[in-house]
Design a protein around this ligand. Structure first.
Ligand SMILES: [Zn+2]
Length: 426
């Protein structure tokens, strides 16, 4: 998943298409093992040091894409890329200062920015019915720690077990199951790359789709589903079709407690599909202190949790595949009037699963306004100057009011007590 403070500004990334290469890898493992073992193995293989953090444009990405390709192939799916199963893209990133000009990243000049090549891995279960459901999960991560890393030490492999070996493992389990069914609807399984860089792979797919976008009924995104705690499951995009909540509840044999969020715009690949008018859902098991750090490792993954989510989504997809009429609705984030755009951020990771009043902080970036003002993980932002913060939307609305270089009074709740801090926006 992408860093939340970049969530709005990188949605409309434009891409071009060029090729890259892949390397060989170990063969598929697993047709005889049970689902839990398979999921565990897949997370471990993807998050292995040998994959070197799977950064887009690196040997680690090539190795991971070849490995995913071999699993899909062993399941008997049909390649659905541009030439075989791969869909290549290339992109020249903006200098970091154009995205968020602060700190030492401004020292990286235009001259050092090189084009990066990446590739999606696309496989399908086509049926005569040419209506498609898309299940996506990004497989790229931060390599040895790119600009999106929240780790401040020497370069280290960022294994990205939750982000997003967990989602890929869930998707591969679903493709395995549906390859043995004869569902009426065509299904496309998409392992996207470039997600961490700015949703590049999913943008590329939506720009040069290998099945017509008009024929896609829904897109389900798994991004960070490896840390299920209890029964709490975040589901984003519930406002992108009027049927979603009813369908989710009616398929909920797992007893999940959903934390729904209506918006189709979020920090992951479903956003690309939502912006094309396709109903989306993003499943997410919540933030944690290991997010975008080398400590996001396979031993911390709740494989049983992934299995429960897979069981649930399988049931949901069977239901969806039998739907005749399907409706898209724009959510409020798509509405220009209510979409806040902002030039400043606190430099925090919001806790998306927090359902109290305010914006709870799940992590702070060193050297950014929140950290500089002494804010810590667990603080809940209640008010910024005169704007009351009740949720993520009002937090973003508040941010839109400020410019770099000015100061604001921020009211936070820490251990049940309200405190005031002064934030200097950068
Ligand atoms: Zn991420």
């Amino acid at each position: 998943m992408r860093l939340s403070h970049l969530r709005i500004c990188n949605v409309f990334v434009v891409l071009l298409c060029i090729g890259t290469s892949l390397t060989s890898c170990s063969g598929p493992s697993d047709s005889n093992s049970g689902p839990l073992e398979r999921i565990s193995n897949h997370v471990q293989e993807m998050a292995d040091d040998g994959m070197e953090g799977r950064e887009t444009g690196t040997a680690g990405e090539a190795k991971a894409s070849a490995w995913i390709d071999s699993i899909f192939k062993s399941q008997g799916l049909t390649p659905m890329g541009e030439d075989g199963s791969f869909q290549m893209f290339s992109y020249k990133p903006h200098p970091p200062m154009q995205m968020h000009g602060h700190g030492d990243s401004t020292s990286i000049g235009m001259a050092l920015v090189q084009e990066i090549h990446g590739q999606n891995v696309l496989y399908a279960l086509p049926q005569n019915n040419q209506r498609w459901g898309v299940i996506g999960a990004h497989y790229d991560h931060l390599g040895y720690g790119d600009d999106n890393s929240l780790f401040r030490g020497d370069p280290q492999i960022h294994n990205g077990a939750d982000d997003n070996a967990s989602g890929v493992a869930g998707m591969l389990e679903l493709s395995n199951r549906f390859s043995n069914k004869n569902e009426p609807q065509s299904l496309l399984f998409a392992a996207f790359s470039g997600e961490e860089k700015g949703l590049w792979g999913s943008n590329q797919f939506c720009k040069k789709p290998t099945v017509s976008l008009d024929s896609i009924d829904y897109m389900i995104n798994f991004d960070m589903i490896g840390r299920l705690r209890g029964d709490t499951l975040a589901v984003y995009g519930t406002g992108t079709s009027p049927r979603w909540m009813e369908l989710l509840e009616s398929c909920n044999d797992e007893g999940f407690v959903f934390i729904p969020s209506e918006s189709g715009v979020g920090p992951s690949d479903h956003t690309s599909f939502y912006l094309e008018g396709i109903p989306v859902l993003h499943f997410f098991t919540g933030q944690h202190p290991d997010y975008h750090k080398p400590s996001d490792t396979a031993d911390k993954i709740n494989a049983e949790g992934i299995l429960r989510i897979v069981n649930f989504v399988e049931r949901l997809m069977v239901r969806l595949n039998s739907e005749d009429e399907w409706i898209f609705t724009k959510t409020k984030d798509q509405d220009d009037e209510s979409t806040p755009s902002f030039k400043v951020t606190l430099g925090v990771i919001p806790d998306y699963l927090f359902d109290g009043e305010g914006m709870r902080i799940d992590g702070v970036s060193d050297g950014r306004p929140a950290a500089n003002a002494g804010m810590i993980r667990g603080d809940v932002v209640k008010q910024i100057d005169t704007t009351i913060v009740t949720d993520m939307m009002s937090y973003m609305t508040a941010l839109s009011l400020f410019e770099p270089g000015i100061e604001s009074n921020v009211t936070i709740e820490r251990k049940g007590k309200l405190e005031q801090v002064i934030v200097l926006w950068d």
